[in-house]
Write a protein that binds this ligand. Structure first.
Ligand SMILES: Nc1ncnc2c1ncn2[C@@H]1O[C@H](COP(=O)(O)OP(=O)(O)OP(=O)(O)O)[C@@H](O)[C@H]1O
Ligand SMILES: [Mg+2]
Length: 234
């Protein structure tokens, strides 16, 4: 699904990504962990065609990132730190708008179904500006999946969510996985990473420091591996 070779990103004289090689198969759920400033969000933004790499090769779903950006944009749903929602619009209006943008058939029915799925049907017609952070995040999740993407790019998706919303989000990710959707999730939440990811990648100083399968699915094992790679604690 994703094939990255020798990817670099430089901004001013700072080397943000310093040679990333990464191959991700269709249907994998991959957690991207690493300290603040490691380059995780930058890597996600490159894949989401929002910033141009300085060097290397990236193909997504068989398309070349340099040439086929329009095709790639249709493939993924992206959940960044900011919600991308229109504040003065309601969840229904936002989701119908984004649904139409992606050419979703019956966008209104899809919007209503998604708002129900994230547990906010009661607020279907309230402007998003009146929402709490967690409520906004719930609608932002719905926005990212409105067009049923093949690839999900999630940047710290659990931040600000209550326990109910965490369960909803994890259910969404797992259900999409059953349909063959590939997920890349940047997170600082080891508990969620251990629970839902098949594979963990640790990014440090713009490079991949580790890439492994968390066989026992235990957060304590993940903590140990992370501390060893990032802090040198064994
Ligand atoms: N446009 C830019 N110009 C210059 N430096 C940038 C730019 N964007 C990001 N950086 C720098 O690149 C580094 C990596 O940033 P990035 O946002 O990818 O980190 P991150 O791993 O997502 O961190 P966090 O866990 O804090 O979200 C940081 O040092 C940041 O200051
Ligand atoms: Mg980040």
């Amino acid at each position: 699904m994703i094939d990255i070779k020798k990817l670099t990103k430089q901004a001013d004289d700072k080397r943000i990504l310093r040679g990333i090689d990464l191959s991700i198969k269709k249907g994998e759920t991959v957690g991207i962990l690493g300290p603040n400033g490691a380059g995780k969000s930058t890597l996600l933004k490159v894949i989401a065609t929002l910033i141009k790499p300085s060097g290397g090769q990236v193909t997504i779903g068989g398309y070349d990132l340099k040439k086929d950006q329009a095709e790639i944009k249709k493939l993924f749903g992206y959940l960044p730190h900011s919600s991308l929602l229109y504040d003065h619009y309601s969840p229904l209006e936002n989701l119908v708008f984004f649904g139409n943008l992606y050419g979703v058939k019956n966008a209104r029915a899809r919007a209503i179904e998604l708002v129900k799925e994230v547990g906010l049907s009661f607020f279907l017609n309230e402007p998003v500006k009146n929402f709490s952070r967690g409520m906004v995040q719930r609608i932002a999740i719905a926005r990212a999946i409105v067009h049923e993407p093949e690839l999900l790019l999630l940047d710290e998706p659990h931040t600000g969510l209550d326990q109910g919303a965490i369960t909803i989000l994890n259910t969404v990710i797992l259900r999409m996985k059953e349909k063959g959707v590939t997920t890349l999730m940047v997170t600082h939440d080891f508990q969620q990473a251990a629970e839902i990811c098949d594979r963990i990648i640790i990014v440090k100083n713009g490079k991949i420091a580790d890439d492994f399968v968390l066989v026992d699915k235990k957060v304590s094992t993940l903590n140990k591996k992370y501390l060893y790679q990032v802090e040198g604690v064994s």
